[in-house]
Design a protein around this ligand. Structure first.
Ligand code: GRF
Length: 272
């Protein structure tokens, strides 16, 4: 993947909540530890604390009203200009599983409406990468197709578990409740499924006797901040190579000569 080699990337960051990952990116961009500039922050919630963090850093913010889009009924949806054929889109998506195809198409259509607004917000900022950082919405292939080209993927997510274990919204809770002795964090490209895209990097942390969900969340978050920023830097340096297995699945190879050192540092960090 060749994305503006050795240049600063333009990041759009999407959030729904507290935005500590966003803050970590802001801090690293400020002191040049991040080869990127955050050009816009968008949220699906007006009350997301992350918006305040962005404003404080002088970054333009926008709110996209997902809630009202997701409340449209079938008649309202039919009266809207949708930018895609929903049936065709449904064949390529893997995020919605309702058996009833009418219900599935309705949900898909509502998401597309919200994404149309989201794209209108993001487009003027010409982002190179879209970074989901606690953005609690599923992306449809319509949104992704505006950024991804074949093996050139441009939408990233940070997930609070060692994928493919524990996809979904409760990575720390699921890891803890399962009784895992190690947890992990994953940065991956977003594909047409939920938390199924090609993994860019992962880091693990031990779960000690006496830990609770909050302790492991704090341990994991400290790793999230490091791993997410590093993945952005690898992308900026053109060091994320996307390839395809014989099975058809995409995967990545990091070509940074310091890869092993960096992964070892994450391990050290998780043990101290
Ligand atoms: C993080 O744990 C991230 O992995 C998950 O949502 C959480 C967001 O936290 N996707 P914050 O808003 O960045 O503090």
């Amino acid at each position: 993947m060749t994305l503006r080699q050795n240049n600063k990337l333009r990041l759009a960051v999407l959030i729904s909540g507290g935005g500590t990952n966003l803050q970590a990116l802001i801090d690293r961009a400020r002191d040049a530890r991040l080869a990127a500039e955050i050009v816009v922050v968008a949220s699906d919630r007006a009350d997301a604390l992350g918006l305040v963090r962005a404003q404080r850093a002088g970054i333009p913010v926008h709110v996209v009203d997902y809630r009202s889009c997701l409340q449209r009924d079938a008649a309202q949806l039919a009266s809207q200009e949708l930018p895609v054929d929903l049936r065709q889109l449904d064949r390529t998506q893997n995020i919605l599983r309702q058996q009833d195809s009418k219900k599935r198409l309705l949900h898909l259509g509502r998401l597309v409406l919200a994404e149309k607004d989201l794209l209108a917000v993001l487009r003027p900022y010409r982002p190179d990468l879209v970074c989901l950082a606690g953005f609690m919405r599923l992306m449809t292939p319509y949104f992704l197709s505006q950024f991804n080209r074949e093996q050139e993927l441009r939408v990233l997510n940070i997930h609070p578990a060692m994928l493919p274990a524990f996809p979904g919204q409760h990575g720390y809770e699921d890891t803890f409740n399962y009784g895992c002795k190690w947890g992990g964090v994953t940065v991956h490209f977003v594909d047409e499924g939920e938390d199924t895209g090609p993994i860019i990097a992962q880091a693990g942390y031990p779960i000690w006797p006496g830990d609770d969900v909050e302790t492991i969340r704090q341990r994991g978050l400290q790793l999230e901040y490091e791993v997410y920023a590093q993945c952005v830097n690898w992308l900026a340096a053109g060091q994320v190579h996307v390839a395809r297995r014989a099975s058809g699945r995409l995967y990545t190879v990091i070509t940074d000569p310091l890869y092993r050192t960096i992964v070892s540092q994450w391990l050290q960090q998780s043990l101290t």
